[in-house]
Each structure stands twice: as C-alpha cells, then as structure tokens.
Design a protein around this ligand. Structure first.
Ligand code: DGT
Ligand code: CA
Ligand code: CA
Ligand code: ZN
Length: 576
C-alpha cells in the first residue's frame, strides 16, 4: 500500500511537470497540486485507505487530486503523470534548474532548437544560436554558460540537490526495514554526510540473506530501471535518472561497512593510514590485525573509532578537513543537536503573501512543538506582493498581542524579515524598524551584482541597529541558483563587531549559510548563529533538523547558536 510519503513524492513530481505544461510555477493547477502535497504531508492517517469523499475533505485537496491519489493507490501509477514524464524526460527537466530559464523558455528552446538536455544547450551556446531567440541576446548566452559552470550541471558529474534525494532515500529505507530478516538499514555516502548535492544514493542493509532484500528493492515504485542486479549489491535508477546502490552486508560487519561507504574517500584514507601505523588493516569488512587477520572491531563505527584511539566523528564532519586529527586530540567541537533548539527566529504566516498557514496555526504549532520562543517575521514592504505594509504590521501586532495572552508560556516576538536593498538599504524607516522585537534582514533581489557591491550591501545591513540577524546569507537555491558573491571574511568580521547573528536557514533548498562557509569560521569564537526554519507552513517547523545537520557539517558548536540558549539568556542577549 502506498505510504503518505510516497504519495507526497508522486504528487510533487506531478506538480513539477505541470509547471512545464502550464508555463509557470504560479499556475493555478500547479499551486493546487502543491497544496495537496502539503496536505498529504501533514496527514497522520494513511491516505491510501481514504475514499474519494474523505480525501476531498482534506484542506487543499480537490477532486482532480483526490482522483489521482485513488488511481495511484489502485494501479501504482497515474496515467497523466506517465504521459508528462514521456513528454518531459528527466534530462530535459534538468534545464529548468538553470537560473533565467523558466518553463516557457525551455519549451521554446526545445521547439525552436531541439534542445533536450544540458548537453544540447551547451552545443547551442557554442553555436551562438540562443541569441537569435526572442528575448535573448549575447548577454543571456554568457549568463547561461556561467550558470551551467557554477551549478556543475555538465556531463557525468551531474549532481542532484539533496531536497530531491532525501524523499527517495527515505522511501527506500522505510521499505527495506520492513523486509523479514533485516536487522538494520541506513543510508551512507554523501547523503549521510549531508552534502548539499548528491551523486548517488548508497543504502546499506544488515541481513544474512540478500535475495529477499533485493527482491523488495527492485519491486519499489521509485525504481524505474535495474542497472546491475546481485544478491549483495544492486544498482538501480529512478525515473529522474538518480542512481541508488543497495548493498547487503553481514550484521557483524555492519559498522565497518557503514564507516567505509559513508566516506568521504579522504576521511577513509586518513583512517586507513592511522590503522596501518598501528599494524592493522581497515576495509569495508573490519578493522583487523595485519598479521593474523584477527578482527579488532567491526560491528559498530563507534568501536572502530575507539580502537583507533579517537572520539566518534559525526558523519556530517567526515570530509577529510581536519576532523581525524581533532578527534585523535579530543578537540572536536561539541556540535549542536536538534534537542538543543529552544526557539525559532524566522517564521512566516499567511500574513505574508507566500505564507500558507494562518498566524494562529503557526503559533499553535510552535507551542505544540514545545518551543520556548519564536519570532514572527513576515516579509516587509519592499518585497512585491508578499510584503506587509505598515498598516498591516500594526494590524498583525494586535493579533500577536492576543496570542501572547493565549499562550503565556511561549514568548512571541513580533519581528520582520527585511529586504536588503541593492545598496544595503532596508524597508520602512528607522523609527518604524526600531519598534520590531526582532529583525532578520535577507537578500531577495539583485543576485548578480559584483562582489564588492554585494559585500557592501550586506555589511550595511549588519551594521543597522534594528537588525539582529542576517537571513540566508548567500541567497542560493541548491542546484538552481548560485549564491551572491561576497567577501565572507569581511562579513564575518562585521557580524562579530556588531553582534549581529548569522542565520543558518534550514530549508533543504537553501541550507544557507552553506557548510563550507561555516567551516571557514570554525577557528573564531566571536560569531553567533541562529538556526531557523523560515517556515511558511506548520509542516515546516520540522525542517529544523536540516538546519542543525548543516550547522554540524559546518562545525558550529552548540554554544554559539543563540536559539539553543534558554529563554532567559536569549532575551538578555536580545536586550543588549
Ligand atoms: P557522491 O555519491 O558522489 O555524492 O559521493 P559519495 O561520497 O557518496 O561517493 P560514492 O557513492 O562514490 O561512494 C560512497 C563511499 O564509498 C565514499 O564516500 C567512500 C567509499 N568509497 C568509494 N570508493 C572509494 C575508494 O576508491 N576508496 C575509498 N577509500 N573509499 C571509497
Ligand atoms: Ca553516493
Ligand atoms: Ca555509490
Ligand atoms: Zn523568510
């Protein structure tokens, strides 16, 4: 029976392909399917057991979607989805990841120039054919070529953004955990290390018999094609061309296999050298004595790290960037954990044009999650359509005051998400800004300005007395839009000087500040961070786990995360 998770993935795929059909992500039908996917994601009961009438009663699910869900539950596919997949194959859909190429443009590229993939597009660029199309010019060609290079979209190195990969991996893992005789299932590789783009999914299964595991794997709806099948290793592809490697290992060797296949390669090499220096060997089966072959440790990763004389290293840190030496010297930072988080300082409601849950629902959900404090940060007036006028800010303040009475145990800050203008100017005016309890300032426009300009605008926002945090620092959308170019060290210096925190945005699409930039701050003790969800829907509070994983990957210690502080300490800092 199809799980809700599987249905959400299928309906989201449908919405994505409909975008091409309709020519816009804002098209009514596209939005309708996205809303339906949100509704399914929130649902506790299995949707596959619901009737047409019951499905339609769900907020956001209309008749057309309800019928498609029933069709999928009954047949394992949706005829219209299959037709769209045929019409828009994965290599073609990939083109929409390039900034500036909307759905209408990619369809035009195909109609006029027979461009069906990034490779075709590169050929058309080389032949200077794009500039001949309406609305295009030599400048557009240059921009597209730069985007392809920066996004790493070419050839065999093609990588998939983590937001696309996680749902697939979770579906595989949930299914394999249900197979009889299976002791453990985990994903390994770059996904376990929480890299923001993934080459392929590596899944490890602890079981004595491989055959039933592989039978269950290859029968999964998400598997479109089996590339190589065997009882201990099977490689398959999804309909998007994403590769999944499943390996079955003996339960007694699971730790060694998990360590090996989690990598990274650089991390593995360092560990192996350490093992060799002690007269041992380390491979995917065991840490063993080089002479006698006797096993030293193999069942758990922890046992292997311990035998090598070092602290356990979190998977997110295993990139061969100094973590092995730090673990051996017991100098690893105490990383932040999901359980440390006490507040969420970037929350939207339907007062923002793009918010999808009411303010009452957002506050109720925060209280239910046990948060001690939140900041409501709607978009500000300079953001077209989505932003709040001053009048609306005042109206919302009345609602916030009422909710404070209703939820006395939750501290509700009334804040704003300001827009950092091209020259660093902010919304409203200074007196008005100082009335907010909390302001996060974010770049939402002018992503292509040169580095000096970008740095200056961010520095100006950091220095503004009303600004407590800078939101999603680079503005990147993983695999879709490169971040703005900034002098990161200058930004860190200014943030430290003004005591302005840097937000780690938890959205899987953003993960911004990116981990590699966070790592550049790891020897500093003067920077503060927030880890926030930027929720636009009650479902999105759960995204905090991704922000935390990204912070861990960036070596951020718990003590520098202000919303991991108890309320009293946080409020004292805020009143600084
Ligand atoms: P990806 O898939 O490109 O995003 O990155 P990974 O790290 O998942 O790489 P993948 O799938 O090729 O291999 C999974 C892990 O297996 C890798 O992180 C470390 C281990 N591994 C693979 N090949 C080698 C190798 O030649 N030497 C060593 N030491 N480890 C390897
Ligand atoms: Ca991999
Ligand atoms: Ca692999
Ligand atoms: Zn936001």
């Amino acid at each position: 029976m199809a799980s809700n998770r599987e249905l959400v993935r299928v309906i989201r795929d449908y919405a994505e392909l409909l975008t091409l059909e309709e020519g816009s992500p804002q098209a009514f039908r596209v939005r309708a399917y996205q809303r339906a996917a949100d509704a399914l994601g929130e649902l506790v009961e299995p949707a596959a057991e619901m009737s047409l009438a019951e499905l339609q009663k769900l907020d956001g699910v209309g008749k057309a979607t309800a019928e498609k869900i029933l069709e999928y539950v009954a047949t394992g596919s949706i005829a219209k989805l299959d037709a769209l997949r045929k019409k828009y194959p994965a290599p073609f859909v990939e083109l929409t990841r390039i900034p500036g190429l909307g759905p209408k443009t990619v369809v035009m590229l195909r109609d006029r120039l027979n461009v069906n993939s990034v490779e075709d597009l590169e050929a058309a660029l080389a032949a200077e054919q794009i500039r001949e199309l309406p609305g295009m010019g030599a400048k557009s060609e240059e921009k597209i070529a730069r985007a392809i290079a920066r996004l790493g979209l070419h050839g065999k190195d093609r990588r998939t953004p983590i937001i696309k990969v996680l749902p697939v991996a979770n579906e595989v893992i949930a299914a394999l955990r249900a197979v009889a005789g299976v002791k453990r299932v985990e994903y390994a590789g770059s996904l376990r290390r929480f890299a923001d783009t993934i080459g392929d999914i590596d899944v490890l299964v602890a079981a004595t018999k491989g055959e039933p595991v592989m039978a269950a794997f290859t029968a999964l709806p998400v598997v479109a094609e089996v590339v190589a099948g065997g009882d201990t290793k099977t490689t398959a592809l999804t309909s998007d061309g994403l590769q999944i490697d499943v390996r079955v290992v003996a339960p007694a060797e699971f730790g060694a296999a998990l360590l090996y296949f989690t990598g990274s390669k650089a991390h593995n090499i360092e560990l192996r050298q350490l093992a060799i220096s002690r007269g041992w060997t380390l491979n995917e089966y065991a840490l063993a004595d080089a002479e006698t072959g006797e096993t030293v440790a193999a069942r758990t990763e922890n046992a292997i790290y311990k035998a090598l004389g070092m602290a356990y290293i979190a998977p997110e840190m295993r990139e061969g960037v100094g973590e092995v030496a730090a673990a051996a010297a017991r100098r690893l930072p105490k990383l932040v954990e999901v359980g440390d988080i006490r507040g969420d300082l970037h929350v939207h409601s339907s007062w923002s044009g793009d918010g999808r849950s009411s303010l009452d629902d957002m506050v109720a959900a925060a209280a239910e999650r046990g948060l001690e404090y939140i900041a409501i940060t709607e978009h500000a007036e300079d953001l077209a359509i989505n932003g709040l006028s001053r009048e609306q800010v005042r109206q919302e303040a009345v609602e916030v005051a009422r909710l404070r009475d209703e939820y006395p145990r939750l501290t509700i800050l009334h804040g704003s998400e300001l827009n950092v203008g091209p020259d660093g100017g902010l919304d409203y005016d200074d007196d008005f800004l100082m009335e907010f309890d909390w302001c996060v300032a974010s770049v939402h426009s002018h992503f292509d300005s040169p580095q000096a300009e970008q740095t200056d605008r961010v520095l100006r926002a950091i220095a503004h007395p009303a600004v407590h945090a800078i939101g999603h620092l680079t503005g990147r959308r993983i695999g879709m839009r490169p971040g703005i170019e900034i002098d990161v060290d200058a930004v860190f210096d200014a943030a430290a000087e003004y005591g302005t925190a840097l937000e780690i945005n938890s959205h899987l699409d953003r993960l911004d500040v990116p981990a590699d930039l966070l790592r550049r701050a790891r020897d500093r003790d003067d920077l503060l961070f927030t880890i926030s969800t930027d929720s636009h829907h009650v479902n999105e509070y759960a995204n905090i786990q991704w922000g935390v994983s990204n912070a861990r990957r960036g070596w951020v210690p718990a003590e520098y995360v202000v919303n991991a502080w108890p309320r009293a300490r946080f409020l004292r800092w805020l009143g600084r």
